[in-house]
Structure formats: C-alpha cells, structure tokens
Design a protein around this ligand. Structure first.
Ligand code: C2O
Length: 342
C-alpha cells in the first residue's frame, strides 16, 4: 500500500543524533488544522521559469530578498513562516511521524519518495514566497552546481546582510571555491580537476543510472522498513553537497549538514531546485528505461503541506510528476556533462 500522509495529531519530537554528541530531541511538529484540502493543480497563464542563481539580475534579487524577508517576519506559529517551513523538513526526516507505530517512523529520504516529496515541498515554499510579495509568477532560483559557472555557492547567498545568508556554513567553502560533488574528505583539487571530477559525477549519476530504481530510489511502501535505498542522485551529489555546505564546527553539522536543520539555510531551497531540475533532465533523456515508476503504491503516496493561504493540503506523488502541471520549469542553461562520457 502507498505511504499515507502523517497524522499531525500524533506528531512527536524529532530525533537528532551524532556519534560524538549523542542524541537530542527537537520540536518540529507543524501547527494542526481541522481541515485538510486535496491538492489541485494551480491555474496559471504562463509558466514560471526558475532562474540559475548565479545569473539573476538586481531586480529579481530585490524581489527574492523581499519575499524571504517577509517570510522571516511572519509570526513563529504561522505555518508559512521561515522556521515552520524549515521544520517541515525536520519533521519528515527526523522521525516526528510514525502514526502511532514507533517501529515505523516515516522517512522521506533514501527511497523513491525523495524526489516527489522535495518537489512538492519546494512548490508550496515558492507559492508562499510569491504570495508574500503579491507575485504569483515568482519562481525560486536554482543552484546550478552541475556546470562550472554555477559550482561555487551563488554570490547572492553569501552577503551577511541578506536574508539569504546563513552563518552556519563551512567557512572554508565560500566562493570562489567550487563545490565538491563527491565530497567525503577535503581533497583541495585544482580548479580544473574539481570540474572534471564534478562533471563525471554528474554523467555517472544521471546518465549511467538509467532505471527508476537506480535513479529515483528503491520502493518504500506503507508498513515497510524505512530507507530501503537512495537513488544515485540523492547519494551524490545531493548528500555530498549538504555535507560540503554544513558547518563542521557545529555539533550536528548545522545547518545544511543535518536533516533537522537543513531547511534553515536559504541555500537549501536553491540546492533542491537543482536536484529537482535533474529529475526533469533524467526523464528527458532518450531510452525506454528512463521512465518514472507506474506503481500505484508510489503514485498514491501522500504528504501534507501548508499552502500560501495557510491551508493544510494533501498532495500525492502523482501530483508531482510534471513540473509544467505545477506551473514551472527551469531556465535553459548549458549542460556540460550530458555528452561527456568520462
Ligand atoms: Cu531532504 Cu537535501 O534533503
């Protein structure tokens, strides 16, 4: 059976663990709501295009920072506020939801739920931002880490006076340092070698890993053990980039280096836009093997999110398959790794 959306009344504190500092419990549950709406695709007249973060103009940046500022200014208990939105990730990823069965905590990573969950999460986040600035066509930027000009942390995120800034990041990984898409140890490769390594990671994870199970992740159904196995892109570069950005001085590698805190870094959403973009690219590649799952247990798995009007909405994986139905696409930029067999 499909994984059903969590019962918010049974939400509990989240668990955060590190090998050195042990385990802490943190509150991440969302406000409750007596009413749940079923997701309806938005009505729109033109697609919104999410731009590459390294290419945005000052006018766009002003809008985006305004929206983030307003989101950060919402009262803490507003489900659309910056912290509540960050806590969405914490709750879905650090064991806040078990629907009364502690042996089956919901985990949306390390399985076929990874891509659709994050797509929907970003979708609602973007709608909230657009609503706050009165621009329903507003589209969030993506961190274009798969191409050399986009590999450093985008400049718009590193100004300490900007609402896009987060101080809990690795100070050694500031621009112009290039992200390491295959990060475990500090390698300090030359620029040229880092680019080469990154492009071959991209080719391998998106082009070589063809089937839905290899790319999107392994099946995960109601009542099954969580985390059956991540897809190729979730492992690298997705998780590597989280670790590369997180602050090694922080106990739990906050913010980006831990699920519970990752959503507190505005860069998280740009990172995940690019992850989301990769799902679109993978689907568009030739070959019969690159098809989404058709299993109803995947398609009917569902999640809850608050929308731009603070209504609680139940959305299913099947609602997330096509970004054009959701009203958006990505700015076309050069994809240097596609034909580049390493
Ligand atoms: Cu939900 Cu990038 O992790």
């Amino acid at each position: 059976a499909p994984v059903s959306s969590p019962d918010l009344d049974l939400c509990e504190k989240s668990t955060v663990t590190s090998t050195s500092a042990g385990t802490i419990k943190v509150p991440c549950c969302p406000p409750k709501s007596a009413k749940i709406l079923d997701f309806k695709p938005p009505k729109f007249s033109k697609l919104r295009y999410r731009p590459a973060a390294q290419m945005v103009d000052p006018e766009y940046l002003a809008k985006f920072t305004k929206a983030m500022e307003l989101m950060k200014a919402l009262p803490m208990d507003d489900p659309r506020s910056f912290m509540q939105q960050a806590n969405v990730h914490c709750a879905y990823c650090n064991g806040a939801y078990d629907n009364g069965d502690p042996s089956h905590e919901l985990q949306i990573h390390f399985s076929w739920l990874f891509f659709p969950f994050h797509r929907l999460y970003l979708y609602f986040y973007e709608r909230i931002l657009g609503n706050l600035i009165g621009d329903p066509n507003f589209a969030m930027p993506f961190w274009n880490w798969d191409a050399p000009p986009g590999m450093p942390i985008p400049e718009i995120y590193v100004d300490p006076n900007s609402p896009l800034y987060d101080e809990k990041r690795n100070v050694d990984h500031q621009p112009p340092k290039l992200a390491d898409l295959d990060y475990s140890l500090e390698e300090n490769l030359s620029k040229r070698d880092q680019i080469k390594s990154n492009l071959s990671v991209m080719y391998r994870q998106v082009v070589t890993n063809k089937t839905a199970t290899l790319f999107l992740g392994k099946p995960y159904r109601a009542g099954e053990k969580s985390s059956p196995g991540a897809g190729s892109l979730e492992q690298s570069p997705h998780t590597d980039i989280h670790k590369w950005v997180g602050d090694p001085r922080e106990t739990y590698k906050e913010d980006m280096g831990n699920f519970y805190s990752a959503g507190r870094d505005p860069l998280f959403y740009a990172h995940h836009c690019n992850v989301d973009r990769m799902w679109n690219i993978w689907r568009s590649l030739p070959g019969k093997k690159r098809r989404d799952f058709t299993d109803p247990d995947w398609l009917d798995s569902s999640f809850l999110f608050y929308d731009e009007n603070a209504n609680l909405v139940r959305a299913k994986v099947r609602d997330a398959l096509d970004t054009k139905t959701l009203g958006y696409d990505y700015q076309k930029v050069n994809i240097p790794w596609l034909k580049n067999k390493p």
